[in-house]
Write a protein that binds this ligand. Structure first.
Ligand SMILES: [Zn+2]
Ligand SMILES: [Zn+2]
Length: 131
């Protein structure tokens, strides 16, 4: 069993698990289901991950609620480094003009997406498997 964790690049805190809150591409597809056959040419240079507001961690949603579902930044709950942002006001559209972009996004360069043993994530590793 392995799990994919999304971690803050700076402090390495596990922010959430992809299984719980799937990372999406700019068309709203889960990244591990992405076939590579999408016709959108913009997918390749994407520097953001997206999240569905209905499937987002509470600590992200509480910063969204704080500003009344307008727009703002997503910061790491541990080190407060900015890792992404959200915009529920204007919304934005993919430049292929077919899809609207999900409103929550994380900057790829600010987070690590890692496959790790779920046993290590639960903190019951035997010490040989440090994460
Ligand atoms: Zn952090
Ligand atoms: Zn597109």
């Amino acid at each position: 069993m392995s799990a994919t964790s999304v971690r803050c690049k700076k402090c390495r805190k596990v922010l959430f698990l992809h299984q719980d809150f799937p990372l999406l591409d700019r068309h709203g597809n889960e990244i591990d289901k992405y076939s590579g056959e999408d016709s959108c040419p913009n997918q390749r240079d994407e520097f953001l991950w997206y999240l569905d507001p209905d499937k987002s961690p509470l600590w992200i949603l509480s910063s969204v609620e704080e500003v009344g579902w307008t727009k703002g930044k997503i910061a790491c709950p541990e080190c407060h480094c900015r890792i992404g942002s959200f915009d529920f006001v204007s919304g934005s559209q993919c430049s292929c003009h077919v899809h609207a972009l999900p409103s929550l996004h994380l900057v790829k360069a600010k987070v690590d997406v890692l496959s790790t043993q779920s046993v290590a994530l639960l903190g019951i590793s035997d010490g040989k498997q440090s994460v």
